[in-house]
Design a protein around this ligand. Structure first.
Ligand code: MG
Length: 300
């Protein structure tokens, strides 16, 4: 347990956090933690430890236990409208769905007859469609997947419709698209690019959502202290994104409100707890949590 290093940049950030809250380390035994997802109906959190090829579960009051091992190098996780776990697997180079009986369904693993690179992060829209990013991090080496040649001509962002099995590219001008999330009204999709270091500081871009397509892509913010691997939004539309120092929080207009410094390079965040006012942060080998005043928008 450590004192939270909350940095107030804009005074309104005080309304989103508890300045005296502690930043608690729930687990410190990962190699690289990512993909936290909250199960409100079960009161637990699942996340990925990619290099250890496993997923873990944290239950309040009980602690941490294995969830799936091997995980086939699962990275990002979310849930669909029925509450089923939807995961990006580097090993399978696929988006997977875990059915209620525990069986795992491969939703999509190819585009245009070629294998996907290594799906990274995923969100589900209120119409049930599944939107995900496909950078090559899982095929660059054997550390977070299986080293392999890239078959796709680029690193795209996709929309998959499980109703009819259709898959379409919604963005093709990213270097390495990574985190993504919708605004509360789903009129905006935010997508981060964690491309080559020479291109840093790296941006989060925003797009207007027009049915099944994206329009008017533009830079939302550039991250001043590292890269945005992943992010989630609160009910006011503020963006809580990972950085190399912890978490940065931006308003929907791009104003940096403040930071939560974790002391470690951070990857992803999600809101959870009984009222979705607990922020979970995967940060290097750690799973951390801190109570906040903002409320996450995750469904279910
Ligand atoms: Mg990611």
């Amino acid at each position: 347990m450590a004192n939270a290093a909350i940095e107030i940049i804009d005074p309104s950030f005080r309304d989103l956090v508890h300045e005296d809250a502690t930043l608690d380390v729930l687990y410190d035994g990962c190699k690289w933690a990512e993909g936290p997802v909250w199960f409100a109906d079960g009161n637990f959190l699942v996340w990925s430890d990619i290099p250890n090829n496993r997923m873990l579960r944290w239950v309040p009051g009980l602690g941490v236990a294995p969830f799936r091992s091997p995980s086939n190098f699962v990275n990002g996780n979310t849930r669909d409208l029925q509450g089923r776990l939807v995961s990006c697997s580097h090993g399978a180079r696929a988006v997977l769905r875990t059915e209620w009986d525990g069986t795992i369904t491969t939703l999509v693993d190819s585009y245009g007859g070629k294998r996907l690179n290594s799906p990274n992060d995923v969100v589900v829209k209120s119409d049930g469609t599944i939107w995900f990013t496909d950078p090559p991090y899982g095929i660059l080496s054997d550390y977070e997947g299986y080293k392999a040649d890239q078959e796709q001509e680029g690193c795209f962002v996709y929309r998959f419709d499980p109703k009819d099995g259709s898959l379409s590219v919604v963005a093709d001008d990213f270097d390495r698209p990574n985190g993504l999330a919708f605004s509360p009204d789903e009129k905006t999709l935010y997508i981060s690019d964690t491309g080559e270091e020479s291109a840093w500081p790296t941006p989060i871009r925003q797009f207007d959502v027009d049915g099944a397509t994206l329009r008017n892509g533009r830079v939302f913010v550039t991250i001043d202290n590292g890269a945005s691997d992943g992010f989630r939004l609160d009910t006011a539309g503020n963006i809580w994104t990972s950085t190399w120092e912890g978490v940065n929080v931006y308003t929907p207009s791009g104003t940096l409100l403040g930071r939560i410094r974790t002391g470690a390079k951070s990857s992803n965040v999600t809101f959870g707890g009984p009222d979705r006012k607990r922020l979970f942060i995967t940060s290097s080998q750690y799973l951390m949590t801190i109570e906040v005043q903002a409320k996450g928008i995750q469904r279910p």
